[in-house]
Design a protein around this ligand. Structure first.
Ligand code: PEP
Ligand code: NA
Ligand code: MN
Length: 611
């Protein structure tokens, strides 16, 4: 028999004025999962404190030394629950071809039967939290709503940081307002008297999306991307399906604001695959005097036509769920400042003083640590102290460079769209697409080379179109078609953003990075904005317009002339192989590839032939 938490509720056990469709759904899921009690989350600070003490008692959270890291905690996950499990992530569209070719698919009826069986009684002995949330500023025309039920207080705490969670969001879901239901269970019911573990989860995992009915079901994991369902599951996968119907785009993109010395303001949305420095770029500290970069988001952007027809964007999230290793004063001082207090860290190492540490946080490695598994660790250990996918969860408002317009309910006008990958060869430091369609070819064929072994060998590229490979809820080629259409509509109505490609990772013949990256990336950004302003002319190339002589002061970035030339070198044979690889890649996506994308590749090939 389920007891409903009374303290914030009306006499009927429900928040006052609640949309009956939510109450009915919560009742249905409660009958299926059979929790011991139900708590409706209000998003208050008092509730956050209650969650934290619950998690401390359960051993999930360890408080850090309040003098070193106030208000902050360390969570250690089950060692087998540390990352997104793409092999267990499904897009269950009615027709298999609508999920293809990049997603796992299962027949929705079969999946529903499988999940009903797994979820039956899955919350026994646990509390089911009802978590209403808004993606985007509450009340913004661009915001969309959802309700997640979960039996993990760690997930509730994370949702409280990553979304606008609680009573305000719940009040916005009035009858007729669409909302996305998301069911989550760690899949570890407790028998009467059975002792809990600090990080309950199940070996069996399912992260399931029904794009047509906009539903999410997740079972067996408490890890971020698998369990904080507002983020990747809703704001990218389900949102890509909703956006396709409603005329807006869910993008795996950071969002930033740049102000030039004249005070002119630009907004930029940029897509990079994982491990290409998206958070670093969003928090860039310019090395050119008079320029400022401010942060609006580091992972997800929703792009929608505004009243004037121009594309506007919001960051639908309210926090950062970032990878800790590699983040340090040298690489990202703004992130380090953001992480000074009120952070939940997961799977990082613990210092003897009760603070956190991870590889790359400081040059000096502590003599002794407790590693992410809770074991003694010294620098001679053969395993890292922090898990390579260890994370921080922190409110975006805490970021010292957060932009004053990051919560503008109207969104910000997007002046430039940037696609970037990690490419040792071929792709120049920066180039501008010749047209929107050419830009969409850049997005569709986005790729990264990750290992030294892959350098220069086109066959070993990992294509990650629009950086959405694991995050599209629709057929990837339909996602491209949608980008094309939204851009064409913007061009007609008021102007589409200019599109660019960047590559911070090109290497010389000796294997050395040719470009310093980090704060010096402002030089590329400056040229991008000079192009938009019409003060840089650019020069033609197979990749579109590249900086003409003198349009980037590469000496100021510490780059010698020979390296500068190498950053833009175009080798006819290598580029021909590159175009062949891109063509084979497009073919692998079948007949849904938009004709515009194929035509742009043919055009690029002709320009390569003419080299
Ligand atoms: C996640 O795993 O939850 C996540 C945010 O993924 P990624 O950092 O790869 O985008
Ligand atoms: Na991950
Ligand atoms: Mn991401």
């Amino acid at each position: 028999m389920t007891v409903i938490e009374q303290q914030i509720l009306g006499l009927d056990g429900l928040p006052a004025g609640i949309d009956p469709s939510i109450a009915a759904w919560v009742g249905r899921i409660a009958r299926l999962t059979d929790p011991e009690r139900i708590v409706w989350c209000d998003g208050s600070m008092a509730e956050r404190q209650r969650l934290i003490s619950t998690l401390e008692k359960a051993g999930t959270l360890t408080p850090l030394n309040p003098e070193l890291r106030p208000g902050s905690y360390l969570a250690r996950s089950n060692p087998d629950d540390v990352a997104r499990v793409e092999s267990r992530t499904f897009i269950c569209s009615e027709h298999e071809e609508d999920a293809g070719p990049t997603n796992n698919w299962m027949d929705p009826n079969r999946m529903r039967a499988t999940l009903s069986e797994l979820m039956a009684g899955a919350m026994r002995g646990r509390t089911m939290y009802v978590v209403p949330f808004s993606m985007g500023p509450v009340g913004s025309p661009l915001a969309r709503y959802g309700v997640q039920v979960t039996d993990s207080p760690y997930v509730v705490l994370s949702m409280g940081t990553m979304t606008r969670m609680g009573a305000d969001a719940l009040r916005r879901i009035t009858p007729g307002t669409p909302w996305v239901p998301a069911v989550h269970s760690v899949g570890a019911p407790l028998l009467p008297g059975q002792e809990d573990v600090p990080w309950p989860c199940n070996e069996t995992k399912y992260i399931v999306h029904y794009p047509e009915t906009r539903e999410i079901w997740s079972y067996g994991s408490a890890y971020g991307g698998n369990a904080i369902l507002a983020k990747k599951a809703f704001a990218l996968r389900i949102a890509s399906a909703i956006g396709q119907d409603e005329g807006w785009i869910a993008a795996h993109m950071l969002l930033l604001k740049v102000t030039n010395p004249d005070g002119r303001v630009f907004h930029v949305a940029a897509a990079f695959p994982s491990a290409c420095g998206k958070t670093n770029f969003a928090m860039l500290q310019p090395t050119i005097p008079g320029w400022t970069v401010e942060t609006l988001g580091d992972d997800i952007a929703w792009l929608a036509p505004g009243p004037d027809g121009r594309l506007r964007a919001i960051n639908p999230e309210a926090g950062f769920f970032g990878v800790a290793p590699g983040t340090g004063r040298g690489t990202n001082p703004v992130a380090m400042d953001t992480l000074e207090h009120d952070v939940v860290f997961t799977n990082v190492a613990l210092t003897d003083e009760g603070d956190v540490w991870w590889e790359g946080m400081t040059d000096e490695v502590p003599d002794h640590l407790t590693d992410w598994l809770g074991k003694d660790w010294t620098p001679d250990a053969s395993t890292p102290a922090a898990h390579p996918n260890s994370r921080f969860t922190v409110a975006a408002a805490q970021c010292p460079t957060i932009s004053d317009d990051w919560e503008d309910p109207a969104g910000v006008v997007v002046d430039a769209v940037i696609f970037g990958g990690r490419r040792a060869t071929n792709v120049p430091l920066v180039s501008q697409a010749r047209s929107w369609d050419h830009g969409m070819l850049m997005g569709a064929t986005l790729a990264s080379e990750r290992t030294a072994a892959a350098e220069g060998t086109v066959g070993e590229l990992r294509r990650d179109p629009f950086a959405m490979l694991p995050f599209s809820g629709v057929h990837m080629a339909d996602h491209w078609k949608h980008w094309l259409e939204v851009g064409h509509a913007a061009e007609v109505a008021g102007g589409a953003p200019a599109v660019f490609q960047v590559n911070w990772f090109r290497k010389g013949a000796d294997g050395r990075f040719l470009w310093p990256g980090f704060g010096e990336n402002i030089h590329a950004l400056k040229w991008i904005l000079d192009r938009i302003d019409g003060t840089a002319e650019g020069a033609d190339s197979p990749f579109g317009y590249v900086p003409a002589d003198g349009e980037i002061d590469h000496a100021a970035a510490g780059v010698e002339d020979a390296d500068w030339a190498a950053l833009f070198a175009m080798d006819k044979d290598a580029l021909t192989a590159e175009a062949d690889d891109a063509a084979a890649f497009l073919d692998s996506y079948g007949g849904r590839v938009p004709a515009e994308i194929r035509a742009e590749l043919a055009e690029m090939r002709a320009r390569i032939d003419a080299l």
